[in-house]
Design a protein around this ligand. Structure first.
Ligand SMILES: [Zn+2]
Length: 118
């Protein structure tokens, strides 16, 4: 996903979230400040997770595509061998589970298998 695609995807999502919150507010005119805060946080957490996932994958992808140097092993500095894409699940601070599909690499020197930074 490039910068342009990310912007478009996030714009669309933020519009949905904003109108969702406005709608919820109209349906809950008696909501307390606390309830409103929870609702806003809950909806923003979804957007936050999506942005994190997209941004993390974009940087990992760029890392692998950066020319001949490749990605270095964090342990010994040898160049990692690409092993194709693997899925990895992460939990955001907002409690949302996100799944990243990232290029996976193995170090030919020390055998350590890692996802590129992130
Ligand atoms: Zn290594």
């Amino acid at each position: 996903m490039n910068g342009e695609q990310m912007r478009k995807s996030w714009n669309g999502m933020s519009e949905e979230i904003i109108s969702g919150i406005a709608e919820w507010r109209q349906q809950h005119p008696q909501a307390t400040f606390r309830e409103l805060e929870e609702e806003v946080d809950r909806r923003l957490a979804v957007m936050r997770a999506k942005m994190l996932a997209d941004a993390a994958m974009a940087s990992a992808q760029r890392e692998w595509e950066q020319g001949s140097q490749g990605v270095g092993c964090p342990e010994c500095g040898a160049t990692l061998e690409r092993k194709g894409k693997k899925k990895r699940k992460l939990l955001t601070r907002g409690g949302q589970e996100i799944e990243l599909e990232r290029e996976y690499g193995v170090c030919p020197a020390c055998g350590q298998g890692i996802f590129p930074p992130g």
